[in-house]
Ligand binder design. Structure first.
Ligand code: FAD
Length: 555
């Protein structure tokens, strides 16, 4: 049995790790206020036991398994039901609801873990020769339906897990480039780079359970993208295996003018063009100083205007993030109980005395990296911009806390699901001039959807990832479902996605398209754009065996 580790089959992250509210005095009242669950009185419904789940039987015959074993070895091929379920879905709320309801229509038939690029090629060629489907699997963390097989798929489905390819194989110290095998997860990568004094600077919230191959395949973005760039900027070179073809090799060049960019075609391809086996990324010397400072703003508009001005200033912070009042309320509610002086209460009294509306406090985090003098210079610029917009700094404490907690938040969704609430996220990017309108329009759309289905729903938002012309807005929504959680979720999700498009945003800033967002592709990139992508997919994969059905709907 392979020793590649996977997340829980029913939820986020590691077995035995979860969210707890008992040590956070503000959390139960907050949840009651937001979605009407009394946590003290609502018992948790644990997910069903795995053996009560109905997993569609594997269609992989002994001959198929033997052929894969001949390529990758017996320890690295499995038709085990739990492993097949883990490889069938990502971690969207739709995925989790289907698994918990034992409503898996089509599971992958067999999982194979190739140990090198030659084995990846052999698996892909074998699949092509026999007309079998291949779905590349990284960490399984996507929330766009990028992994799930088409429900009516009759062909054998092979999940090709890159988990054995997890090494940083080379660092070109003279150029600041590192070559990394595609299945390496965030912590693998940073540990290996940090040991030699380097960092990649890519920290998505899913960092602990996602891979560099998956980041490239979904066009991921990390919290420090303002300086390090999105993965589309960071990933300079790559190798991709395609059926019965020579490996596609993109050399890690700083820039190039060689026709339409094949590198860009691979970015966001979600397994539709081939299997990425290796990525060469920009890396940077680990900074001498790294700080995240918390700030408060008296209104959402003031916070957005400040982020915009910071993005145009000489300060180039790594993180620019501002949460609206509702999300700030959520953050305060997840703080642990304090013994001794309660800084939050003192701060509230101070703000009240200065005329702030305590119901409308917007919380911002700004990250700085570099030499001591560089960080001091940037902080001084930001300080004057924040002041100009009526905001104030609240120091390193809240920033450090945010930095520590950021990878724990995903566990909260399973906690809510155990108590009958569906929670998920949607994100867009839009020009600066449209962000306030977008924020209001998405709230209105979500609230209308909640009214339509007759539930008490919650929505909150933050801005993160600033660019020259705009930024990403990220929305988290939650509600206690009534009868059909997925149908009710669809009403809310569709309203939000449509509001993105109608208000000048993209359907996804960094989660990719999968099957979840593909219905909006034409509205996002035009029918001409869809036709170009279709041409690319059809030509690159005439058999439609490479993760079919993702990115473009109805294939
Ligand atoms: C709680 C939570 C927080 C998240 N936060 C962020 C965030 O901050 N930023 C962000 O960008 N995303 C975020 N995501 C989404 C997700 O983590 C990203 O989409 C991530 O890039 C997926 O990587 P993965 O390795 O898990 O890929 P998987 O989920 O395994 O696969 C995703 C897609 O990529 C394809 N793929 C994977 N590996 C390869 C390969 N080697 N070759 C070809 N195709 C491949 C798969 O076939 C599939 O289509 C979050 C998700 C969750 C659940």
């Amino acid at each position: 049995m392979t020793d590649v580790k996977h997340m829980k089959w029913w939820g986020w992250g590691k077995e035995g790790v979860g969210f707890h509210f008992e040590d956070k005095p503000g959390f139960a009242p907050f949840v009651d206020y937001a979605i009407g669950i009394d946590l003290w009185k609502t018992p948790a419904q644990e997910p069903i036991a795995f053996d009560t789940l109905t997993t569609p039987k594997s269609k992989a015959t002994k001959v198929i398994v033997a052929a894969l074993v001949a390529i990758s070895g017996a320890a690295n091929v499995s038709t085990d039901d739990e492993l097949r379920v883990v490889h069938t879905y990502g971690k969207s709320i739709r995925d989790l609801l289907r698994i918990r309801a034992s409503a898996i229509k089509r599971a992958v038939d067999v999982v194979v873990y190739p140990a090198d690029e030659a084995q990846v090629q052999a698996v892909v060629d074998y699949a092509s020769e026999n007309g079998y489907v291949v779905i590349p699997f990284g960490g399984g963390s996507n929330i766009a339906g990028s992994l799930e097989p088409i429900a009516s798929e009759k062909r054998i489905i092979i999940s090709l897990d890159l988990g054995l390819l997890a090494k940083v194989t080379a660092i070109d110290e003279g150029s600041g480039l590192a070559t990394i095998q595609a299945g390496a997860q965030g912590p693998d990568i940073e540990e290996q780079l940090n040991a030699r004094g380097w960092t990649m600077g890519h920290f998505p919230d899913s960092f602990t359970h996602s891979t560099v191959g998956g980041w490239v395949a979904t066009r991921s973005s990390g919290m420090q993208s303002d300086v390090y760039g999105d993965i589309a900027d960071i990933a300079r070179g790559m190798r991709m295996v395609r059926p019965n073809e020579a490996t596609t090799v993109i050399r890690p060049l700083p820039s190039s003018s060689t026709g339409p960019s094949v590198r860009e075609m691979i970015l966001g391809s979600e397994g539709r063009l081939g299997v990425i086996t290796e990525v060469t990324v920009n890396v940077h010397r680990t900074p001498a100083v790294r700080e995240i400072i918390g700030y408060l703003f008296p209104s959402w508009e003031a916070g957005i205007a400040a982020m915009h001005e910071i993005s145009e200033s000489d300060a180039k912070p790594t993180v620019t993030r501002v949460s609206d009042a509702r999300e700030a309320g959520f953050s305060f509610a997840t703080s642990k109980a304090v013994t001794g002086i309660d800084a939050q209460k003192i701060l509230q009294r101070y703000l009240k005395a200065r005329g702030w509306d305590l119901e409308n406090i917007n919380l911002s985090f700004i990250g700085y990296e570099g030499s001591k003098s560089h960080v001091a210079y940037e902080k001084a610029i930001v300080k004057s911009i924040v002041k100009k917009h009526g905001g104030m700094a609240v120091g390193k404490g809240p920033g450090a806390l945010y930095d520590q907690k950021k990878f724990d938040t995903p566990y909260l969704r399973d906690f809510l699901l155990d108590r009958g609430a569906a929670a998920d996220v949607s994100e867009t990017a839009a020009p600066w001039s449209k962000l306030n309108q977008m924020h209001d329009a998405v709230y209105a759309a979500a609230n209308k959807a909640y009214d339509e289905i007759g539930v008490k729903g919650w929505i909150m938002s933050h801005l993160s990832h600033s660019y020259h012309s705009g930024a990403c807005l990220y929305f988290t929504f939650a509600f206690v479902y009534k009868t059909d959680a997925i149908a009710e979720y669809d009403v809310v999700k569709q309203a939000i996605q449509q509001a993105f498009i109608d208000n000048g945003g993209t359907l996804s800033h960094h989660h990719g398209v999968g099957v979840e967002m593909s219905a909006w592709m034409e509205q996002d990139i035009s029918s001409g754009g869809v036709s170009l992508i279709k041409g690319l997919f059809d030509t690159a994969d005439p058999q439609h065996i490479l993760n079919p059905g993702k990115v473009l709907a109805g294939e």
